[in-house]
Design a binder for this molecule. Structure first.
Ligand code: DCM
Ligand code: DCM
Ligand code: ZN
Ligand code: ZN
Length: 283
């Protein structure tokens, strides 16, 4: 997603945090940060810097052309073939790093003897970075074209018309559908668009949010599930009727907007659920 998509994902998640997760998030945010949503774009701000270059492939997954399927072992690697270097691997990795903090947190209050050991163990990670990366990547994995085909770089090489302008298809899903909706329906206010999606979470999607939140086998996060949904939505909605040179306008916009809003909702609900599990009160 672009900046608005990430902001909305985190704005949707924030009110769904449990008290203990909200407290942990507050503790991990830099002192000058207003809230999580204000920093959810941070991984995009830094990914072009030399020292953060390694994080660039962590924003997406390339899947085999026209397969419309995803498999972690086959697809989750960077262009050098290093396994785990994709958005699903990143979500697993940063979830594990934050779990280390959870233990440190509970040990600190209950067992002073373990404090030094657990502090040492987790000090090799910057947990503020881990939180910001996790919040960002749970957003990105829900953008259908972030789990797109290899040959077109997730729609980046497919040039189309968006009403009277020219963009690549990836950018249309990152930014332009949201921009058009924002101007057309939401008074150009991201807060209004977030409120509308939030209301849909409570009404239209009320009976499925617990399915969205859950993972099998007691996993804290299940990015493979989110990735399969994304490539399927990419095939069914994003790539469909959007071959190079197509003119995309109201037909495409009106039919895809509900899909995009559902993906933002799922990202927000799942980010909150993941953080709530990571920072669950020690029982
Ligand atoms: N950081 C942040 N907000 C920013 C930039 C950085 O919260 N706008 C955090 C993320 C890292 C830490 O500060 O944990 C160090 O980042 P940097 O190397 O960019 O100073
Ligand atoms: N991207 C993607 N799949 C790729 C390459 C890039 O989903 N194979 C995403 C990352 C950014 C956007 O596309 O959100 C533009 O990438 P870049 O700035 O690297 O061209
Ligand atoms: Zn993108
Ligand atoms: Zn990103």
């Amino acid at each position: 997603w672009g900046a608005d998509g990430h902001r909305m994902t985190c704005l949707l998640a924030q009110p769904l945090l449990s008290p203990s997760a909200a407290k942990a998030v507050k503790n991990l945010l830099p002192n000058d940060a207003h809230d999580l949503a204000s920093l959810c774009t941070w991984p995009d701000d830094i990914r072009h810097q030399w020292k953060w270059h390694w994080s660039s492939p962590l924003h997406f997954i390339d899947t085999p052309d026209f397969l419309c399927g995803y498999n972690y072992d086959r697809d989750c690697h960077n262009s050098q073939g290093e396994s785990g270097m994709c958005v699903a691997g990143a979500i697993n990795n940063y979830t594990s790093q934050l779990l280390a903090y959870r233990h440190q947190f509970s040990f600190k209050s209950s067992d002073p003897n373990l404090q030094l050991l657990t502090t040492d163990e987790s000090s090799s990670y910057n947990l503020t970075e881990a939180l910001l990366f996790l919040a960002h990547f749970v957003g990105d994995i829900h953008q259908p074209l972030h789990v797109g085909f290899t040959g077109d770089a997730g729609g980046n090489t497919i040039l189309v018309h968006w009403y009277r302008r020219k963009y690549n298809l990836h950018h249309i899903w990152d930014d332009e559908i949201i921009n058009t909706a924002k101007e057309k329906y939401y008074d150009s206010e991201i807060s209004m668009m977030t409120k509308a999606i939030s209301k849909n979470i409570d009404v239209q999607w009320n009976n499925v949010t617990s399915e969205w939140s859950g993972c099998e086998n007691g996993e804290i996060a299940c990015p493979d599930t989110y990735a399969v949904e994304s490539i399927q939505a990419a095939c069914k909605w994003a790539y469909k009727n959007a071959s190079p040179g197509s003119v995309l306008e109201d037909d495409y916009f009106l039919s895809r907007l509900p899909i995009l809003e559902k993906r933002l909702a799922q990202g927000g609900v799942r980010l909150a659920a993941i953080l709530n599990r990571i920072f669950a009160e020690a029982s």
